[in-house]
Design a protein around this ligand. Structure first.
Ligand code: AMP
Length: 281
C-alpha cells in the first residue's frame, strides 16, 4: 500500500489509473478504523481495480471543539488495517493541505441539512460537504463507498454529487454491528466497558419499535423509544425521528410515505452515539 499526502499526487495517480481504464473505488474515513470501515474497503476491493481510502479528521465538520480534540487518531494502526484489507493507496493529507485557506463555502441542501443531525450539530453537514467536495475533486473515483450508519450524511453526499454534477457512483453499505447490536463507531472507543455493554439498548429498542410500527401512532412510537432508553441512567435520547428517507422530513401520515427510516442520537455521558433502522410502513 502506498501512502500519499499531497492532493497533486493523488490526482495524478487517479488520472493515470483512469487512463489505463482501471476502475477506482474510494472510501473516505476519519480514521480510528474498525470493522465497519473495513467492510467498505472490502466492498471496494471486490468491485474495483484500485481502492483508495482517505484518513482525515475534518475540523470543519466538528461543531464541538472537545469532540474534535478527543477524536481518536492512530495512523499506524489504521494503515496496517487498510493494508491487510487490500487497500492500494492511503490518502493522508494534513489540515493545511486540505484547507490552505479558510473554506467559506455554504452549501444548500433544501433543508435536509437542518433536520436531526443538522439541527443538533449546526454547521456539521456544511463541513461534511466542504471536505467531501474537496476529496471528490482530488479523487474523482468511479465508485465511492459510504456507510448507512451515517444515513443522513449519505443523503447529503448524494445531493452534493448531484449538485456538483460529479460522475461518481455512490454506494451505500450496510451497518456493521458489535455482537450485542451496538453499531460500530470510532466513538465507541470512548465508552467504558459497562457503557458499551449497556449500549445494546439502542439497537434492541429500535428493533422493538419496528415490531410496533403498525400498532402505535407515530407519537406513541417515539414516546416508547425515548422512555425505554431514558429509563436507563446511563443514556439519554437527544432525538428519535421517523422520517422520509429522501427528504429526512418527519413522517406525519404513515401510509403516505414510501421509504422511511427511523434515526436516533443518544448521549452516553459525554459520548454521542447515532444509529438508524429501515422503517417502511
Ligand atoms: P467515519 O470515519 O466515521 O467518518 O466513517 C467513514 C465511513 O465509514 C462513513 O461512510 C461511515 O458511514 C462508515 N461507517 C462508520 N461506521 C460504520 C459501521 N458501523 N458500519 C458501516 N459503515 C460504517
Amino acid at each position: 500500500m502506498v501512502v500519499v499526502n499531497l492532493i497533486r499526487e493523488i490526482k495524478d495517480f487517479v488520472k493515470k489509473a483512469k487512463a489505463e481504464n482501471k476502475t477506482v473505488g474510494f472510501v473516505p474515513t476519519m480514521g480510528a478504523l474498525h470493522k465497519g470501515h473495513i467492510s467498505l474497503i472490502e466492498k471496494s476491493t471486490q468491485n474495483n481495480d484500485i481502492t483508495i481510502s482517505s484518513v482525515f479528521v475534518n475540523p470543519t465538520q466538528f461543531n464541538d471543539a472537545n469532540d474534535l480534540k478527543n477524536y481518536s487518531r492512530n495512523f499506524e494502526k489504521d494503515s496496517l488495517q487498510l493494508k491487510d484489507a487490500g487497500c492500494d493507496v492511503l490518502f493522508y493529507p494534513s489540515v493545511e493541505e486540505m484547507y490552505p485557506e479558510e473554506d467559506h463555502r455554504k452549501f444548500d441542501f433544501n433543508g435536509i441539512d437542518n433536520q436531526m443531525e443538522g439541527e443538533h450539530r449546526p454547521g456539521h453537514f456544511n463541513g461534511v460537504a466542504q471536505v467531501v467536495s474537496k476529496l471528490f475533486l482530488a479523487i474523482p473515483a468511479t465508485n465511492a463507498y459510504f456507510g448507512l450508519k451515517d444515513f443522513q450524511q449519505l443523503a447529503i453526499v448524494r445531493h452534493l454529487v448531484k449538485q456538483l454534477g460529479l460522475p461518481i457512483n455512490i454506494v451505500a453499505c450496510d451497518i456493521i454491528r458489535e455482537p450485542n447490536g451496538l453499531a460500530m463507531s470510532s466513538r465507541n472507543e470512548r465508552l467504558t466497558t459497562d457503557q458499551r455493554d449497556n449500549a445494546s439498548i439502542i439497537y434492541s429498542t429500535l428493533t422493538k419499535v419496528l415490531d410496533k410500527k403498525n400498532k402505535l401512532s407515530i407519537d406513541d412510537l417515539k414516546d416508547f423509544v425515548v422512555r425505554s432508553i431514558n429509563k436507563s441512567d446511563s443514556f439519554e435520547v437527544e432525538y428519535f425521528e421517523i422520517v422520509n428517507s429522501n427528504t429526512l422530513l418527519p413522517v406525519i401520515n404513515k401510509k403516505d410515505e414510501e421509504e422511511v427510516v427511523a434515526c436516533i442520537a443518544v448521549w452516553a455521558d459525554k459520548v454521542r452515539l447515532i444509529d438508524n433502522i429501515v422503517f417502511n410502513f
